[in-house]
Design a protein around this ligand. Sequence first.
Ligand code: CP
Length: 334
Amino acid sequence: MRHFLSTQDWSQEELQHVLDRARALKAGASSSALAGKSVALVFFNPSLRTRSSFDIGIVQLGGHAVVLDARAGTWPMEMVEGAVMDGEAEEHVIEAAKVLSRYVDMIAIRCFPNFQDWTSEREDPLIMAFAKHASVPVVNMETIVHPCQELALMMALQEKLGRVENKTFLLTWVPHPRPLNTAVANSAVLIASKFGMNLRMLIPDDVYRLDDRYMSAAEDNCAAHGTRFEVMTDVEAAYSGVDAVYAKSWGALPFYGNWDAEAPYRAKGAGFMIDDAKMALTNNAVVSHCLPMRRNVKIADSVVDSPAFLGIEEAENRLHVQKAMLEALARDMD
Ligand code: CP
């Protein structure tokens, strides 16, 4: 039995098999891989794309989705082992994982960090507890990484660019009124480097460097492929000659839980919105975002509404890559 918690646990070859199968499913191949099977989709945070695409994909594979809104429709959950549960939590994740495992064949979890204590939240405690105590495969629908988004992004890049090896991928921090999860940024550097792309990261200040776990993994991937990994603060230099631009905003880890102090650093990125002038510096690059996205804050309308924008294609690909991944996990259970 195998989980899908992070692409770091899967080889490039295994992920490429999933992407190849996703392409076949997108082209119309049918599958009954989940016939007679149920999947619990447990959401601790809001969603439009993840919730819809998982639910529909499971039905298309012949299965049944049980959607649980864990913030409103289930018991408040404790995730710390050994906790004295005299607070709000009525249920421990240990029982939740074991009981759901008796009902369903897979459990998918969305649980963002609380933005209070990165030292503990970087351990991804809730999904790790589910993976430990469940007796069925556990799938990550976004925690501190977003592996399904990674696959959808790579599928869209391969569709548009063909072979991505040695092409240059720019992850750019973009403005947002408040600090956001680093998950998609972590995932972007993991997948681009894993698939042999030169990686650039554009940030307003060094405080926006990602957790060393992901920076180091990206460096290792680039070293293995003989590609470059550059962290830059100069906008013109960062956009120069790139083949793909990926937009994301995130909170600076040194100010985790003390966000007011981050404001001056956030202000340094006020000019980082993706616009036509920046895109003109690229190698006719494609541009994407995981969505949801604030127009004219993160990316200008003129770029979003141009043929270069892949965000809708990437969102569609969520459906296909997730079906392909669920098929692979189901096959592993047989
Ligand atoms: N990209 C993504 O995961 O979208 P949702 O938050 O709407 O699910």
